[in-house]
Every structure is written in C-alpha cells, then in structure tokens.
Ligand binder design. Structure first.
Ligand code: ADP
Ligand code: MG
Length: 317
C-alpha cells in the first residue's frame, strides 16, 4: 500500500504556532514517529507539508533586511522552506526509523509545480501571506509592485495569487525514489509555483494550496490513500455552532453536496475537502481528514472524515 500524508501547520510548529527552530524540530519529531509507524507496517509513504508560518518568517526578514541584502522572491522562499523543512523532517524520520530498527532511507525533493499564467488568481490575488503592516508601511511595498489589502482592525496584509496546481513537474523523481524504497518528502507548500515560457520554466510570486497540491501529488505517485493530517479530528457540519456534527465515512458525491452547502471554510477545511474529493474522483481508494496521532487507524479509514468512491456505497449516495 502507498500513502501520501499531507502535514498541516500543527505538525511543524509549536502548539501556539511558534515557528522557532526548537518548536519546529519538536513538532516534526512527533509527526515523524507517526509516519514511521506506517513504514513499520510495510507501507510506502510520501510526505508533503504546509509552509505558511515559515514563509511568513522569511518575508519578515526580507522586509527588515531589504536595505542590507536583496529581498528574494516568493518562489525562492517556497524553495527555501521545502529544503529546510525537508531537512528537519528527514532528521526526525531517520531517528524514528532507526529507533524501530528500520533501515529505510529518506529523501527530500525540491518540487516545482506548474501553474497557468492565465489562472484567474493572478488577476485577482486573494491569498493573504506574511504579517500585518500599517497603511503607510504597506504603501511602500505597493510602490514596489506588491498587492496589499486592507484587512480591517489588524491592518494591511500582502495578498498573492493562489493558482490551481496543474502538474507536479518533479513527480517522476519522487516516483522513482519511492519505487527505490525511499521515504520521500516532496511538494512542500503545494510546490514551488512555476510557469512555462518559450525559454523554459520561471518561478512566479504565488502560493499553491498545499492540500490541492497534495491531491495532485498523491495521484501522480499512485498513492492508494491520501491522509490530510490537521489539528481537528475531521470535517464538521455547521462547524462552530451548537448543532456541529462530525462527518465520518462519506461517498464523494455526498461530500460534494455538503461542500456546496458551504460547511467547509475557504482557506482551511475547504481545500482539504476539495483535495479529498478530487483524489477519490480520480481513482484514489480513500481520502482521510484527521489528526496525525492515530495514523494507522486514519489510513485504515477507521477514524476521521473518510471520503470514499460513491460506487462503494451506492445506498448512501
Ligand atoms: P492546516 O494547517 O492543517 O492546513 P488549517 O488551519 O488550514 O490547518 O485547517 C484546519 C482548521 O479548519 C481547523 O482547525 C478548523 O478551525 C477549521 N475549520 C473550518 N471549517 C471547518 C469545518 N467545517 N470542520 C472542521 N474544521 C473546520
Ligand atoms: Mg491549511
């Protein structure tokens, strides 16, 4: 069996969102213990991860140090966090595998994901990134060509395009490593967004949703199961109300209806549900949205929100 595990922010930062190195290493250690449990069962594992807090920190450094060292573009920040988080995850995973007596090797692939320059996201950037600034501070950066939006009481925030991932360009490398027995970390932050131009590929200032990137990677590496690991036990209907109700095992057609009813918030649970539906619609066995701490049960579809092909449960769909 082959499983793609998509790690949310809580797997790589401290409980309060602390993105200091110590907190990241500690969180990665916990997450990789769970991943090692899968490997111990003979499961091929590919890991992907978010990078929001880490990119946010790099952007702050860019801003503060701009008069001393040249700021680097957002795609570079994405590549840097893929490498750094890959390094942290590999060390943690090596340790967890070794402690189980498992002689598996790990690898991280800096992964580029193709996006369409005509994606509507580029015309209307909407994904907020980085820290809040005052109107005056934001105006300086708008003068440098960035798009900033008034986010109300907290101040102004940079917004960028969040285009659809079209193709994982380094999927063949990931696939080859998996086939060769490596546990692979890839496509962090949804992949570094690039566009294809006559002269070749070029990185662009955008962020890809890591859950949508995970769904695409999962299909590309022929994963059977997609696990979207996050900080809640699953998707919930009427979330945050007294009538909240967890979604358990659900045929993909029904999950699409629930999504259309607006139960899953944009930018958080929404893309996880979308990723789960896409993966299953495109032939995946099941997609599970859950926490990481009971990963074996999650992979088996015994806990969390489990999206399955509609035909598997005709009476329910
Ligand atoms: P990650 O870093 O794992 O991607 P996100 O914060 O993006 O985590 O998404 C998980 C969050 O989605 C939960 O902590 C919860 O607050 C929020 N959320 C929004 N809508 C729902 C819903 N319908 N059911 C469950 N969680 C939801
Ligand atoms: Mg998220």
């Amino acid at each position: 069996m082959r499983v793609l595990v998509a790690l949310g922010g809580n797997a790589m930062t401290g409980p309060d969102g602390d993105a200091g190195p110590g907190a990241q290493i500690a969180a990665a250690a916990v997450a990789m213990e769970n991943v090692a449990d899968l490997v111990a069962r003979g499961i091929d594992v590919v890991v992907t991860h978010g990078n929001g807090p880490q990119v946010g920190n790099l952007l702050v450094k860019n801003e503060i140090a701009a008069s001393v060292v040249p700021p680097v573009p957002l795609d570079w920040c994405g590549a840097q966090t893929q490498a750094t988080l890959g390094f942290v995850l590999m060390n943690a995973l090596d340790r967890a595998l070794r402690s189980r007596g498992l002689a598996r090797t790990v690898a991280t692939v800096v992964t580029r994901t193709l996006v369409d320059p005509a994606d509507p996201g580029f015309a209307r950037p909407s994904k907020p990134i980085g820290r809040y600034l005052s109107r005056e501070e934001a105006a300086v950066l708008v003068g440098h060509g960035e798009t900033w939006a008034d986010r109300g009481a907290k101040g102004w925030r940079r917004v960028v395009a969040s285009p659809e991932p079209v193709e994982i360009l380094d999927a063949a490398a990931v696939h080859t490593l998996v086939e060769a027995g490596f546990v692979v970390v890839a496509n962090g932050g949804g992949g570094v967004p690039v566009v294809r131009e006559p002269a070749g590929l070029r990185g662009v200032e955008a962020v890809i949703d890591k859950d949508l990137g995970a769904a695409l990677l999962a299909r590309t590496v022929h994963a059977d199961v997609l696990v979207v690991a996050t900080d809640v036990p699953g998707a919930v209907l009427r979330f945050g109300t007294p009538e909240a109700e967890p979604v358990g095992r659900v045929p993909v057609r029904r999950m699409r209806e629930l999504a259309a009813e607006g139960h899953f918030a944009d930018g958080s649970m929404g893309p996880k549900v979308e990723a789960a539906c896409r993966f299953v619609e495109q032939g995946g066995t099941r997609a599970v949205i859950s926490t990481l701490d009971r990963i074996l049960a999650a992979v088996a579809g015994e806990i969390g929100t489990v999206v399955v092909p509609s035909a598997a449960n005709p009476e329910e769909s």
